[in-house]
Design a protein around this ligand. Sequence first.
Ligand code: MD3
Ligand code: FE
Length: 202
Amino acid sequence: WREQIVPGAVVMHGFVRDHGPELLAAVRGVVAQVPWRHMTTPGGHVMSVAMSWCGNGWSSDSRGYRYSARDPRSGKRWPPIPEILLALADEAAQQAGFAPFVPDSCLMNRYDPGSKLSLHQDKDEHDFGSPIVSVSLGLPAVFQFGGLQRSDRARRIPLAHGDVVVWGGPSRLCFHGIMPVKEGYHSLVGPHRINITLRKAL
Ligand code: MD3
Ligand code: FE
């Protein structure tokens, strides 16, 4: 079923529940080329979440966060976004009222038990007019969703394997995060939660 959290943010429960194997194959194909890595924040903290990406990649250093088409180390382009993810993003955005959506960046986050993502805003993209489509796979997690101010009270929304959320319009710059993921085992994904976000970054 579908649930609107705030204007512009729609949870599509179980939207990709039947496509786990293909989606995981797409993730593994990318991770074979861009191995999971723990990034260091500009503040010097190592993130508990491991990341990989395709399309325009994300990087973090002492100067801040940015998106780029190429790996700064090798000078080569990051791998392309798998077709199944482009199709899913367009379908989900369309159903949420944001079509057409052609993402140019795909970030993948792997949460091991205990991993979390502190409250933050996504504001490194150049285009806040486009939505972000997110896909949850594997272990469940509790998503925190606040307002435009860090101090705004955050709501807690459980996210399960196969859930898709589209975030756009007035919700695009809301603070959000993921509470520490509880220990567990998912039959397809194993002892992890994987989140895929599709974005128009550049
Ligand atoms: C709400 N990832 O990668 S996805 C991120 O589950 C990120 O890994 C989380 O936050 C995760 O930046 C949450 C859901 C999400 C993504 C982008 C948003 C929610 C959002 C942008 C604006 C508002
Ligand atoms: Fe985010």
